[in-house]
Structure formats: structure tokens, C-alpha cells
Design a protein around this ligand. Structure first.
Ligand code: C2E
Ligand code: MG
Ligand code: MG
Length: 608
């Protein structure tokens, strides 16, 4: 007898999506297989005869050892096993069948002798799903076989769904995790096997989805799945025909490829390069032609990984590094990246403590009107005095606060504190008080639709005039959040609050798009005010500054030059009729309590 290896209905995906989906459906309709293990030729004849018109492939063997020889990759949908085999006792056979099938479930019907009352109960306890008494009766045999096969098909279908992505037919995260665990256990068992995990993500999928709709997005993902399969399977994956490809859609536009058996670890980078090339090619969706680059994170399997989830997390981290490095490239997870991630996690933990134990304070930096020399404004700048590390730079902790979401509560606190302290200063300084307080807000705060309501509550509580509050938004953040930020900014503007573009000139914004925003002030980045004004670069930068100032005047926007450190810089800005300036030369950021004393000496200095 010839037993052909045959996959069960839950078996996976073909190499080409959307074929993946088609193949899964076709497989469910394939003929199901039954294996009979019985030493009696008459039973063979009866079973074959009775099951003939049930559209089944029936395979028959005479002994337990013969059956075990055949079961490996192949598992029949149902096993009929006699309880009186020549070579194994009934329960031993049952255990061996389960062990051979592990971890896949196996459906077994026991065939017992008419007078045996003890075997059926024990067999059911040991994992047989049914039993039939001999002599076999045709109707009963057919009904039981049909019922068991139907129940199994249902179970396999559910299992398939739980481990697969319905859009592409590829594995999903739950389907991939056990495959990674298998690779890890090979490495941990000291086998000389090398594997790597690639995590892929489209760089502009959201824009494509938003612009062309979800159907187009789904179509692109199916085509992308096909390209991933086609690009990786040929040279890099060693897998037998019936097994599922170790490729998964993790969710959204994120895919993962497990290179299970690499001859050379550096091959993973070659695969990544090919994937970047293939997946960045144009896609045809109906009449449309769209394209997007992809970023890939690579993580090599090693002893340092204790579980599959950790490996996926590191692959994800490397993929985000690739995005931060400019997108359309790959990054390999290494010890330096691990240290950076740990440092960030530490900073985040300590920042949470800092908020609770009031280690955060505000410093204020003065802003001067260049025509009159008057002290006209203050910028509030967050300070963190760490009990052990001392002062931590905002450049280090603000990004961590933004990514962890901590910037929400911190930003609320800054806004409230700055407005209340500004009101105190106004009361102390009377008519010499500055006109405005500028508060930095992050991208996260701007996309919070509750921000305008928070601002108006703070204005009411502190009692400051709305026009005394300036909100500073970094140009780069404005550019990447144009649509989301626009509505919130208009609402804030309606409250009477002024808006400034911070670090202007560093965010590559198109001037036309900036014009759509209700902007009052450009804060010219300090990189425009070169240290050496007589150098060729210095002169070129001054020409750019001159052009920006002219443009700003034409559209009614005022300009504050940042980072003024020397008198020649100040003189040039005055000659170019820049409105205001801020910098160490004029006043360093300082606690509120020092502003009054500073303003007295500053006014005296300006006068000379
Ligand atoms: P920014 O808003 O552009 O603030 C100006 C930065 O330039 C401040 O750095 C200030 O200390 C520094 N600076 C001022 N004058 C000079 C100068 O003459 N020379 C030089 N070299 N630097 C000068 P700081 O305080 O380290 O803040 C860095 C950034 O952190 C800020 O840049 C702002 O983007 C962010 N930040 C600070 N406080 C907050 C806050 O409360 N919320 C948010 N979201 N971001 C904040
Ligand atoms: Mg600022
Ligand atoms: Mg700035």
C-alpha cells in the first residue's frame, strides 16, 4: 500500500498571495483521509466497502508499528484502530499515536470486541473520540466516521482562522510565534542552526490608505504579501512542500519573515535588500499606480532571547530605527541598540517618578524687541533636576516624554504653571511687565482635540489675557501633522492665543502649506545666525535670513531670532530689521525669581 503524505485542512498558505487565500479554500474541499489499523483482512474489506461513497481516501495497515512508520509529516484526518493489535496493547497504541502526532491533534475511533466492557471507557479517557463495537455495522460505522470528520473539520477551520491572517492567507502573529519558538529551541539545544527574523513596514501606507480608501489598501497588502513570498522563498528558505511558509502579517502594514535556516547570517541582509527593492516597486490597483518604500528591522536568533515575543519586539525596535534613519532601509538589531532602548526605558521610568516627586521646574528666557530694546516676552523652558544625574537636558527627556505619552500630563502642568507665574510677574512688574509668555507644545498635545478647552480653562484660572499667551510648535512637527493639527490650531487661534513656528527653517515646510496655518510668529532657528558672519557661509546665511524677514513682513508674521550669542550677531539682526531676539547674550533661561533682578540690569545695559 502506498501512503501519500497529505496535509490536513488547516495547512497553510501557498507561496503566492492572493493565491494563499484561494489555496486555503481549495484545501478545505480536498478529499479527507482515513487510516485503518487492524490485523484482520475482513475488517479491511468491510471498512473500505462501507466508506467508499463518503468521498474519502482510506489507507489500511495490519499492525501498530506499520502505522507508526507511516505517520510523520503526514497525519490522516481520522484513525480507526483495533484494540487487539498483534504488536501493541490498546492503550499503548493510543499513547504512541498521540505522541507521534504531537503537537497536532489526532482523531481516533477505537474498534473494540463485542464482549469487552472495560476498554471503551479507558480509551475515551485516554483521548479516543469514539469507539465502535465489532462486528461493525454499516450504518453506525458511516454515521460515526462522518460525525467525527465533521467535528474535526470544524476544529481545524477554527484553528486555521486563529493562526492566519484572513486578508492575505499568511500566518498571523499567533501563527508565527510557535515557529520562532521552534527556532529558538534549536539554538538553545546547541544545534548549529542560524536563524533571523525580519520585520517589514511600509513607510507611507497610512497616506495611501487615506488617499485611496481601504479597499485599495487591502489590495496593496495582498500584492505585497505575494511579493514577500516570491522574494524570500526561492533561495533563502528551506522548507518542505506541505509546511506553512514562515511569513506573517503581524497587523496593519507590518509583515514578518522568519529565515529559519540560514547558511550564513549575513544572508539576512541580502534578503532584506531584495525585499526593499521588490516591495518598493509600483503596485497597480485598478487604474491606479502607487508606490511606497519599506523599512526593515533584522534580528538574529541567539541565546540572549528567552522567548519569541522578545525577538519580535527587538525586530520591531530595529524596524523603527530604520524609519528614524531615513526610511527605505534596513537596520540590524545589535547591542548598541539594545543599550539605547534600555536607556530610554530607564529615562521613562525615572521621568514618571520625576513628575510624581516634583523634580520638574520651569526656567524662563527673556525675549527682547530689537528696535526699542524693550523686554517684551518670556519663553518657558522645562527643567529636570535629577537627584543623582543633576540637570537632564530637555533634548534627552522631551522625546521620551512624547513617545511615552507622558508629555500629556507634563504639558498640561507646564501650561498652567507658566500662565500662573506669568500673571505673578505681571503683578510684580506692572507696566514694565513683558507682553507675552511663550509655551512650547509638542505634536502629541496638538493632536489632542481637548487642547483648546484646556487652554481656555487655564486662561480663566490664571486670569491672563489670551493675547499674552504664545504657543510654540516646532516646524518639523507641524509639517508631519498638517491635517491633524490644522483644526486644533484654528480653534486655539479663535481663543485669541498667538501661534509661533519654532525652529523655523529646519522643518522643510513648504511655505505655501505654512500659509494655511494662522501663524503669528516665526522663531528663526539659531543655525541661521552663524558664529562667523564674515565667512562665505555666514554671509549666505544672512542673505537667507534677510529673505525670510522680507517674506514674513509681507505676510504679516513677526520674527524672533533664536540663539543670539554675540554683539556682531545682534547688530546684523538689528540692521536687517528683525523684530525680536532671544539668546545667551541677552539673557539665559533662569528661574522666575531672578527675572526681576535681570530686567533691572538688562534695561540699564540696553540703555548704554
Ligand atoms: P526651543 O523651544 O527652541 O528652545 C530654545 C532652546 O535653545 C533652549 O534649549 C534654550 O536654552 C536654548 N538657547 C537659548 N538661547 C541660546 C543661545 O544663545 N545659544 C544656544 N546654544 N542655545 C540657546 P533647552 O532649554 O535645552 O530646550 C530644548 C528644547 O526642548 C526646546 O527648544 C523645546 O523644543 C524643548 N522644550 C523645552 N521645554 C519644553 C516644554 O515645556 N514642552 C515641550 N513640548 N518642549 C519643550
Ligand atoms: Mg521654543
Ligand atoms: Mg527653537
Amino acid at each position: 500500500m502506498n501512503i501519500c503524505p497529505h496535509s490536513h485542512p488547516g495547512d497553510a498558505a501557498s507561496a503566492e498571495a492572493p493565491g494563499c487565500v484561494r489555496k486555503a479554500v481549495r484545501r478545505a474541499a480536498e478529499r479527507r483521509t482515513v487510516l485503518l489499523i487492524d490485523g484482520c483482512p475482513q475488517v479491511h474489506a468491510i471498512v473500505e466497502g462501507q466508506l467508499r461513497d463518503l468521498n474519502l481516501d482510506v489507507y489500511q495497515v495490519n499492525s501498530g508499528s506499520e502505522a507508526l512508520l507511516q505517520l510523520g509529516d503526514w497525519l490522516p484526518d481520522l484513525v480507526l484502530v483495533d484494540c487487539q493489535l498483534p504488536d501493541f496493547a490498546a492503550m499503548e497504541m493510543l499513547q504512541k499515536l498521540h505522541a507521534q502526532a504531537h503537537p497536532r491533534p489526532i482523531s481516533i475511533i477505537f474498534l473494540t470486541s463485542p464482549d469487552d466492557d472495560s476498554v471503551p471507557g479507558v480509551a475515551l479517557e485516554e483521548g479516543a473520540v469514539e469507539f465502535l463495537r465489532k462486528p461493525l455495522r454499516a450504518m453506525e460505522l458511516r454515521a460515526r466516521v462522518r460525525a467525527v470528520l465533521n467535528a474535526r473539520a470544524l476544529l481545524c477551520g477554527l484553528e486555521y482562522q486563529a493562526r492566519h491572517d484572513s486578508l492575505t492567507g499568511l500566518l498571523n502573529r499567533d501563527g508565527l510565534l510557535p515557529r520562532i519558538e521552534e527556532c529558538l529551541s534549536r539554538v538553545n539545544a546547541g544545534l548549529k542552526s542560524h536563524f533571523a527574523l525580519l520585520v517589514l513596514d511600509f513607510d507611507h501606507f497610512k497616506q495611501l490608505n487615506d488617499a485611496y480608501g481601504h479597499d485599495a489598501g487591502d489590495d496593496l497588502l495582498r500584492q505585497a504579501a505575494a511579493r514577500v513570498c516570491a522574494t524570500t522563498r526561492i533561495r533563502d528558505l528551506i522548507h518542505n512542500d506541505a509546511s506553512e511558509l514562515p511569513i506573517a502579517r503581524l497587523g496593519g502594514d507590518e509583515f514578518a519573515v522568519l529565515l529559519e535556516d540560514l547558511h550564513d547570517p549575513t544572508d539576512a541582509e541580502e534578503v532584506a535588500k531584495r525585499l526593499i527593492q521588490e516591495l518598493s516597486r509600483e503596485y497597480s490597483i485598478d487604474e491606479l499606480r502607487v508606490a511606497s518604500s519599506i523599512s526593515i528591522g533584522i534580528v538574529h536568533g541567539s541565546h540572549s532571547h528567552t522567548n519569541a515575543g522578545g525577538l519580535l519586539r527587538d525586530g520591531d525596535a530595529a524596524m523603527y530605527e530604520a524609519k528614524a534613519a531615513g526610511r527605505g532601509c534596513h537596520v540590524v538589531f545589535d547591542s548598541a541598540l539594545r543599550r539605547r532602548i534600555e536607556r530610554k526605558a530607564n529615562t521613562e521610568r525615572e521621568l514618571r517618578l520625576a513628575v510624581e516627586s516634583q523634580q520638574l521646574t520651569l526656567a524662563y528666557q527673556p525675549i527682547i524687541n530689537l528696535e526699542s530694546g524693550r523686554f517684551v516676552g518670556l519663553e518657558s523652558l522645562l527643567r529636570w533636576q535629577h537627584p543623582k544625574l543633576g540637570a537632564v537636558s530637555p533634548a534627552d527627556f522631551i522625546p521620551v516624554a512624547v513617545n511615552s505619552g507622558l508629555i500629556g500630563p507634563i504639558g498640561d502642568w507646564v501650561l498652567k504653571k507658566a500662565c500662573i507665574e506669568f500673571k505673578q510677574l505681571q503683578q510684580q512688574m506692572g507696566e514694565n511687565a513683558p507682553d507675552f509668555i511663550a509655551v512650547n507644545v509638542s505634536r502629541r498635545q496638538l493632536t489632542d482635540t481637548g487642547l483648546p478647552a484646556k487652554i481656555s480653562a487655564v486662561l480663566a484660572a490664571s486670569g491672563i489675557d489670551p493675547k499674552c499667551l504664545h504657543l510654540e510648535i516646532t516646524e518639523s512637527e507641524l509639517v508631519t501633522n498638517l491635517a491633524a493639527a490644522k483644526g486644533t490650531m484654528r480653534e486655539i487661534k479663535r481663543l485669541g492665543v498667538a501661534l509661533s513656528v519654532d525652529d523655523f527653517g529646519t522643518g522643510y515646510s513648504s511655505l505655501a502649506s505654512l500659509y494655511d496655518f494662522p501663524i503669528d510668529v516665526f522663531k528663526l532657528d539659531r543655525s541661521f545666525i552663524a558664529a562667523d558672519l564674515t565667512s562665505e557661509r555666514g554671509r549666505a546665511l544672512m542673505a537667507v535670513t534677510h529673505a525670510v524677514l522680507q517674506l514674513a513682513r509681507n505676510i504679516g508674521v513677526r520674527v524672533i531670532a533664536e540663539g543670539v550669542e554675540t554683539f556682531p550677531q545682534l547688530a546684523v539682526l538689528q540692521s536687517l530689521r528683525c523684530d525680536m531676539a532671544q539668546g545667551y547674550l541677552l539673557g539665559r533661561p533662569m528661574p522666575l525669581g531672578q527675572i526681576l533682578a535681570w530686567s533691572r540690569t538688562a534695561v540699564a545695559r540696553m540703555a548704554t
